[in-house]
Design a protein around this ligand. Structure first.
Ligand SMILES: [Mn+2]
Length: 431
C-alpha cells in the first residue's frame, strides 16, 4: 500500500511522543482495571472503528454569503482522494470515502477505484444531487426534483439516482444516500400529501434499481432550502417512507438536521428498535444545519448517541451495522485537520460508550435511581480516553498526534504548489 506522507516521517514524529503516550496509557490502564475494564479490549475496539469521510469535505466550505478558499484545495476527485488518503494514513480511522455526484463524476471510474485501493481506501455510500441544477440540464429543480409537479423533471431526477447507483457499483459502493431539498416556501404552494405521494412514487423506481446487496439511505432535514414545509423534514416521515419502500430502505440521521434541543439519541433508539437505522452524517451545530466539526459544540450529545448505539449493538449483535459518515463544512480551518480531529472525536464517543457499565446501569434503572443512572453514564463520559485512541492509531500505523504530524509534514504547502487555483473551479460543495 502506498502512503502520501512517508512512513519514516510519521515514525519520527511518533518517536518524540512515544514515551509520554506509554506512561499515559499505563496510568489509564491501571485506573480502568480498578473499574473492571480491560484497556486492551477498548484499544482493539478503537482500532476496528471506522467513519467515512465525505469527498466534499476536503475542500473549503462556505455559507450562502461567501466562500473563502484555502491554499492547495483539491481541484478534482483524484486530488480529493489524495487528501482523504492523508486523513486515513494519520488517523487510521477513515478507510471509507463517500462520493457526491455529479461533483465527483469521472470518465475513468476504474482508475479512481485503483487509486483508492492503492491507499487502502474504499467507497462508502454514494450521494445523489438533485438540489441544484447542473450545466446543460434539461429540466430545472427550482420547484422540486423527486416531488416535482412536472413528470419529465421527476423522471430526470430518478434517472440521476439510477446513474449514481451504476457509478457506485463500478466503484464498489454498497449504498445510495438520497437527500432532496424539495418542499414549499409558502402555505398552499404544495399539496402536502400530494408532494409526498410523488416522492414515494419516484423513490419506488429508484429502489427497484438497487442491486440485491445495496441499501438506500433516506436523509431527512428540518428545513432549508424549503422554509415552510420540507417534504422529508423529520425522522417520522423518513421512517414511514423507509417502511413503505421495503427492507433495503433505511433512515439516515444527520445530527444537524433537527430543531435545536431535539433529543436525537431518542430518535436513534427508535430507529434502531424498529430495524430502520441506516446510518449517520456526523457534525455539530449550535443553531441549525451548521455543519460544524463533530463534537465541537456538544460532545455529550455525541456520546449519548453512541450510548444508544452500544445498547443496540448489545441487543442485536453483528446484524446491527449502521453506516458512519462525517458531513461537515470547513469554513475557517484546514479541511484535512478538521476531518482528522472530527474522526477522532467520533471515535472517542464510540470508545466512551463501550465503557458504560451496562449491568450497573440496568440495576440503577430498575431501582428507579435516577441519580446513579445518570452518574453511570457520566463516569464513562468524563473518562479521558485520548491515550487509548492514540495507542490504537500508532498500533495501526497512524500518528500519535495526527494534526501535529500533518503540520510537520508540510503537506499543505506542497499541495499549494502542486495545485494552483483554477478560475471557476471549486473543489468543494456546500451541503
Ligand atoms: Mn448530511
Amino acid at each position: 500500500m502506498s502512503t502520501i506522507i512517508s512512513g519514516e516521517r510519521v515514525a519520527e514524529h511518533n518517536a518524540q511522543l512515544r514515551a509520554g503516550l506509554d506512561a499515559d496509557y499505563e496510568a489509564l490502564g491501571g485506573m480502568l482495571a480498578r473499574r473492571g475494564i480491560d484497556i486492551e479490549h477498548l484499544t482493539a475496539a478503537a482500532q476496528d472503528f471506522a467513519v467515512a469521510v465525505p469527498s466534499w469535505g476536503v475542500g473549503t466550505g462556505g455559507t450562502r454569503f461567501a466562500r473563502f478558499p484555502g491554499r492547495g484545495e483539491p481541484r478534482n476527485v483524484f486530488e480529493k482522494m489524495d487528501d482523504c488518503a492523508v486523513i486515513h494514513q494519520l488517523t487510521q480511522a477513515t478507510p471509507g470515502v463517500s462520493l457526491h455526484f455529479p461533483w465527483d463524476r469521472t470518465d475513468d471510474p476504474k482508475a479512481l477505484r485503483q487509486q483508492a485501493e492503492s491507499h487502502g481506501l474504499y467507497f462508502d455510500a454514494v450521494n445523489s444531487n438533485t438540489f441544484q441544477d447542473q450545466p446543460g440540464q434539461q429540466h430545472s429543480y427550482k420547484y422540486g426534483s423527486l416531488t416535482a409537479q412536472n413528470a419529465a423533471t421527476r423522471a430526470q431526477a430518478i434517472q440521476h439516482n439510477i446513474d449514481c447507483i451504476e457509478l457506485g457499483r463500478t466503484l464498489g459502493s454498497k449504498a445510495l444516500t438520497v437527500w432532496i431539498g424539495d418542499g414549499a416556501n409558502f402555505p398552499g404552494q404544495h399539496n402536502l400529501r400530494g408532494a409526498l405521494e410523488r416522492y414515494l412514487s419516484s423513490m419506488r423506481e429508484i429502489y427497484a434499481a438497487l442491486p440485491a446487496d445495496w441499501l438506500m439511505f433516506i436523509e431527512h432535514k428540518l428545513f432549508e432550502p424549503a422554509f415552510y414545509a420540507t417534504t422529508i423534514a423529520d425522522w417520522g416521515t423518513s421512517f414511514a417512507c423507509a417502511q413503505t419502500l421495503g427492507e433495503k430502505a433505511r433512515c439516515l440521521v444527520d445530527l444537524g438536521h433537527h430543531a435545536p434541543n431535539t433529543n436525537i439519541e431518542m430518535i436513534v433508539a427508535r430507529l434502531a428498535q424498529f430495524g430502520k437505522l441506516g446510518g449517520f452524517h456526523f457534525n455539530d451545530s449550535k443553531y441549525g444545519d451548521d455543519d460544524l466539526d463533530s463534537g465541537s459544540i456538544n460532545p455529550f450529545q455525541l456520546f449519548l448517541v453512541f450510548n444508544e448505539l452500544a445498547d443496540a449493538a448489545q441487543r442485536d449483535g453483528a446484524a446491527f451495522k449502521p453506516a458512519y459518515m462525517l458531513d461537515q463544512s470547513h469554513n475557517v480551518t484546514d479541511p484535512i485537520e478538521s476531518l482528522m480531529s472530527s474522526a477522532v472525536e467520533v471515535q472517542r464517543a464510540f470508545v466512551q460508550a463501550q465503557m458504560v457499565d451496562r449491568v450497573a446501569l440496568r440495576v440503577h434503572q430498575e431501582a428507579n435511581d435516577a441519580l446513579q443512572s445518570a452518574q453511570t453514564l457520566k463516569q464513562a463520559y468524563r473518562t479521558d480516553v485520548s491515550a487509548i485512541l492514540a495507542m490504537a492509531r500508532v498500533r495501526s500505523g497512524g500518528a500519535i498526534d495526527p494534526v501535529g504530524c500533518y503540520r510537520a509534514s508540510g503537506y499543505r504547502a506542497q499541495a499549494a504548489e502542486a495545485r494552483p487555483a483554477k478560475a471557476g473551479v471549486s473543489g468543494s460543495g456546500i451541503v
